[in-house]
Design a protein around this ligand. Structure first.
Ligand code: TYD
Ligand code: MG
Length: 454
C-alpha cells in the first residue's frame, strides 16, 4: 500500500513540522513530536459543501434513542460500565502487564454467549496460548472467533467480513498500520489504529473493547492520547502479587465515573467480590495499636477499609514520611496539625501510613482516621476494635462535616461495628436511628480524649 503523507506534531502545543524534532521550537518541550497522517481535503469554499447546508435545530426536536446494553455476566463490571456494555461503544481497558486484562476479557467473551459472535484479535499471544487459557478457565465456546494478526488493515477487513457483536483488540500496542512509519506502540500508531477501528465498528454498531498496557508513568501509550477518542476508559489496578484487582472507570459517556468493581484473581480466572468491606477488614489483627477502620465512598458504594500507621524513631536526622494509598501531602499536613494542635511531637519520628488491600483512598473524610491512627501508633494505645472514625480535619484542628454520612454509617452497622466517631455537625443532622453508638466530635483533641490517647 502506498504510504500516505504524514506530518510530525508536537503533543504539547500542536506545532507541525515536516520532520521529527527532538525539541519543539514553539514551546521548547522535549521529545513531544509524534507522527500523524495528513488527511487531504479538497476545500470547496464557503456554502459549497456538496450543496448541503447545515441547519442547527433545538435539542427538543431530536428523539433520544435508548441505549442498548449487554450484560457482561459480571455484576461488578456492569455497574462500573453504568449497567452493561453499550451497543456500538468503544471501551478502553488499561492496566499494567500481567494484571489480568486478557483473562477478564476472555471470561466476558464467554459469558455473553448466545448474543452473537465475538471476534478476539490478539497480537500478543498465539491461538495455542489463548486456547490454553480458555481450557484453564473452562471456556469452550463456538461463538468466539480468534484472529492472530497485528496489521490493522487486515483486522478491519476481518471485522467487516465476520460482522461480530463484540470485537476485542488485545493489545493496541501490538497493532500497526501500514500508513504510518512509526513503530508499533508509538503514539502516532496507537492514535491511527484507534481511529480506524472506531470508524469501522461505529459504522456497523459493533461494540469494541481495546486493551492497552499502561506505561510506567501510568499513561496508556503516551500522553493520554486515546482517552478522548473512546467512550469509556477502564483501568484494572492492583498489586501484581496480591490477588485483589480493582476495576475503575476514569471516563464514561454512559454512566458515573466513580464506580469501582472488585475482583480476585484465582486459579480459575477472575472472580467478582460482592462484599468488599467484609474482605478488606477480615484479616485485621486483634486490636493492635496503629490500626483503625474508616468508611470511604467509592462512587455510590461505601467501603470499609483499614488504615494502618507505624511511627518509629528516626535514625538519620531527617524524619521520613511514607504514604501508601493516601496522598503524601495530605499526610504531612495532618502530621503538622497533630504536632501543633494536639501537641504530639513527631519531629523525631518516621511515620508510615498504609491502606490495607492496595486500595487508594483520597477523600477528606479519612483525615480524622489518619490523625487518630498515627497517634495510636505513637502512643502504642489501640483504638477500640469495633469503632469507625470519620471526619475531615481543618488546619486549626477542627473536625468538619463530611458527605454521605448515612450510607457510611449503614455499612458500618451492617458489618457489626458498635461505635462511630463522626463530626458533631453531621451528628446534628442525622435522622435515622442507628444501632451504633454515635459520638459527635468538634476537634482533634476531643477525639483523642474519647479514645484515651490524651
Ligand atoms: P493476563 O490476563 O495474561 O494479564 P494481562 O493480559 O493483563 O497482561 O494474566 C496474567 C496473570 O494472571 C498470569 O500471571 C497468571 C495469572 N492467572 C491466574 O492467576 N489465574 C488464571 O486463571 C489465569 C488465566 C491467569
Ligand atoms: Mg494480555
Amino acid at each position: 500500500m502506498a504510504k500516505s503523507k504524514t506530518v510530525f506534531v508536537c503533543s504539547e502545543c500542536g506545532y507541525e513540522s515536516g520532520k521529527w524534532l527532538g525539541k519543539c521550537p514553539a514551546c521548547n518541550s522535549w521529545n513531544s513530536f509524534y507522527e500523524q497522517k495528513v488527511v487531504e481535503t479538497k476545500s470547496k469554499g464557503l456554502l459549497q459543501a456538496n450543496g448541503k447546508v447545515a441547519t442547527p435545530q433545538t435539542l427538543s426536536s431530536y428523539e433520544a434513542k435508548e441505549t442498548i446494553r449487554t450484560h457482561t455476566g459480571f455484576n461488578e463490571l456492569d455497574r462500573v460500565l453504568g449497567g452493561g456494555l453499550v451497543k456500538g461503544s468503544l471501551v478502553l481497558l488499561g492496566g499494567e502487564p500481567g494484571i489480568g486484562k486478557s483473562t477478564l476479557i476472555l471470561q466476558i467473551c464467554d459469558k455473553i454467549k448466545g448474543e452473537g459472535k465475538v471476534l478476539y484479535v490478539s497480537g500478543e499471544e498465539s491461538a495455542e496460548q489463548i486456547k490454553l487459557r480458555a481450557d484453564r478457565l473452562g471456556i469452550n465456546n463456538e461463538d468466539i472467533l480468534f484472529l492472530g494478526e497485528t496489521n490493522i488493515e487486515l483486522v478491519d477487513q476481518a471485522i467487516i467480513n465476520v460482522n461480530p457483536k463484540l470485537v476485542i483488540i488485545d493489545s493496541i500496542q501490538t497493532m500497526y498500520s501500514e500508513e504510518i512509519t512509526a513503530a508499533a506502540g508509538s503514539v502516532s500508531q496507537v492514535r491511527e489504529i484507534t481511529s480506524q477501528v472506531m470508524r469501522v465498528c461505529k459504522s456497523k454498531g459493533i461494540t469494541t473493547i481495546i486493551i492497552g498496557h499502561v506505561t510506567k508513568e501510568g499513561n496508556i501509550a503516551g500522553p493520554r492520547v486515546l482517552e478522548h477518542m473512546v467512550d469509556t476508559v477502564l483501568y484494572l489496578e492492583g498489586e501484581r502479587y496480591f490477588s485483589y484487582r480493582i476495576l475503575r472507570s476514569v471516563k464514561n459517556r454512559f454512566g458515573s465515573t466513580n464506580e469501582i468493581g472488585m475482583f480476585e484473581m484465582q486459579d480459575k480466572g477472575m472472580c467478582e467480590i460482592t462484599n468488599p468491606s467484609d474482605i478488606l477488614i477480615s484479616e485485621r489483627e486483634d486490636n493492635p495499636a496503629g490500626s483503625c477502620i474508616v468508611a470511604t465512598m467509592e462512587g455510590t458504594r461505601p467501603l470499609l477499609v483499614e488504615l494502618q500507621a507505624l511511627t518509629c524513631q528516626t535514625v538519620f536526622g531527617y524524619p521520613r514520611r511514607a504514604a501508601n494509598g493516601i496522598d503524601y501531602n495530605r499526610l504531612t499536613l495532618l502530621i503538622a496539625v497533630l504536632e501543633k494542635k494536639a501537641g504530639m511531637m513527631l519531629s523525631s519520628q518516621d511515620v508510615y501510613l498504609n491502606v490495607v488491600g492496595g486500595l487508594k483512598v483520597n477523600e477528606p473524610a479519612m483525615d480524622l482516621g489518619i490523625i487518630i491512627v498515627t497517634a495510636s501508633s505513637f502512643k502504642n494505645i489501640p483504638i477500640p476494635k469495633d469503632m469507625i472514625i470519620l471526619g475531615e480535619v481543618g488546619l486549626t484542628g477542627e473536625v468538619r462535616r463530611i458527605n454521605l454520612i448515612e450510607k457510611r454509617l449503614k455499612e458500618a452497622e451492617k458489618l457489626g461495628f458498635k461505635s462511630c466517631l463522626i463530626p458533631e455537625s453531621n451528628k446534628k443532622d442525622l435522622k435515622d436511628n442507628y444501632k451504633l453508638d454515635i459520638i459527635g466530635i468538634r476537634n482533634v483533641n476531643e477525639a483523642m480524649k474519647k479514645i484515651g490517647l490524651k
